[in-house]
Design a protein around this ligand. Structure first.
Ligand code: GAL
Length: 369
């Protein structure tokens, strides 16, 4: 009897540990559901950016806390790592906010959409993020830069700046270039005037993205000119500054949440309208060069909820390593009332004719596509 009891308990233990292991080992994406890390804790990396380095993916994002206070940076930028994109290990805080009240990244600032790229020449990991100085709402419109020797950090904060200070965009007519955006030859479109207004201090830099091209050149893409127009700017060889070369794109289209990817030599863009934390219909576009001309392709989403991007806003589009033409749409389902409970919406990108399309899946995996 006693013997039978021992066998029974051993069997129970074996069964429950298999169930436990299965729960820990994910093999599919379930958009919108709570997504636990390998320790069983909800992944906390919002407005994420992704990096593939030596066969491991790194996920950087805003570490949010509970309630509305969680919309401000209380902790810093988190980092997770994964080899299969389903199971993510918490690597801790890659860039902590500062306790020093005089620092640009002091606790309580707004630090959003961190993105990290690797510079093969300097062997540094370079992080850029949208920064709003503490207590000033969204008026600062700056971009912050930090550098690390390892993908997991610690990242050293370098500085923050406006975008491309002192430079005019490549695709701006000379007649529009006034010292302070003054009338020139009778032309005074508002958005062009903003370039002149912000010329010395630098252009406004809000929702942002980084993109590294096949030739190793990197670009900073941000919502500028009071969010009316995106700026696409070239970075220096070490990726820590602007060269000053940039273009205005999607002029007066009020786009945010830029995400870019390249396929078959073409550059694809996805972004959103400007409605704050509330979802809206996404936008997409294609160009033969990063500098444009960008041709809009409309809303890439299809099916129910397509006009709200499945209740999400783009943050990144990831090419999956080793799988041809496989890209993942990554978006945030924001929860501004309880920031920590924002969810992640990852969906496969499909290609149809000259455009890309995103459809909802309750559950999917890279193999089942
Ligand atoms: C969104 C933006 C977010 C955040 C939010 C604040 O439009 O994409 O990153 O800045 O506004 O309202």
């Amino acid at each position: 009897m006693r013997y039978r009891h021992t066998i029974f308990s051993a069997l129970l233990l074996a069964l429950s540990s298999t169930a436990y292991a299965q729960r820990l080992s994910e093999s599919s994406f379930r958009p919108g559901e709570v997504w636990n890390d390998t320790q069983g804790k909800a992944i906390n990396a919002h407005g994420g950016g992704f990096l593939l380095y030596k066969g491991t993916y790194y996920w950087y994002g805003e570490h949010k806390t509970e309630g509305e206070a969680g919309n401000y940076a209380q902790v810093g930028v988190s980092c997770y790592s994964s080899r299969d994109l389903y199971n993510w290990k918490n690597e801790g805080i890659a860039l902590p906010v500062s306790k020093d009240e005089s620092s640009d990244i002091t606790k309580g600032c707004i630090l959003e959409r961190p993105k990290v790229i690797y510079n093969a020449k300097t062997r540094k990991f370079v992080m850029w993020f949208h920064l709003e100085l503490k207590g000033k709402g969204y008026v600062s419109a700056r971009t912050g830069i930090a550098v690390a020797d390892k993908p997991t950090g610690p990242f050293r904060y370098i500085r923050s700046t406006r975008s491309t200070p002192g430079s005019y965009p490549v695709n701006m007519l000379d007649l529009h270039k006034g010292p302070h955006g003054e009338f020139k030859n009778g032309v005074h479109p508002d958005s062009v005037n903003l370039i002149g207004r912000d010329l010395e201090e630098g252009q406004m830099a809000r929702d942002m993205q980084l993109f590294v091209d096949d030739d190793g050149k990197a670009y900073h893409i941000c919502a500028s000119e009071e969010n009316s127009t995106l700026h696409i700017a070239e970075l220096t060889e070490d990726y820590t500054d602007f060269t000053g070369k940039y273009v205005r794109a999607f002029v007066n289209r009020y786009m945010e949440a830029p995400a870019l990817f390249k396929k078959d030599g073409l550059y694809y863009f996805m972004g959103s309208d400007c409605t704050g934390w509330n979802p809206n219909a996404a936008r997409s576009a294609v160009a033969p060069s990063i500098w444009g001309p960008w041709r809009e392709l409309g809303n890439p989403c299809e099916g129910d909820d397509k006009d709200l991007t499945f209740q999400s806003q783009s943050t990144y589009i990831l090419p999956v390593s080793g799988k041809k033409n496989t890209f993942i749409y990554m978006g945030d389902r924001w929860n501004p009332k309880n920031a920590i409970d924002g969810r992640y919406i990852w969906l496969p990108i499909e290609f149809e004719g000259d455009r890309f399309v995103i459809r909802w899946h309750d559950k999917w995996s890279l193999d089942s596509k």
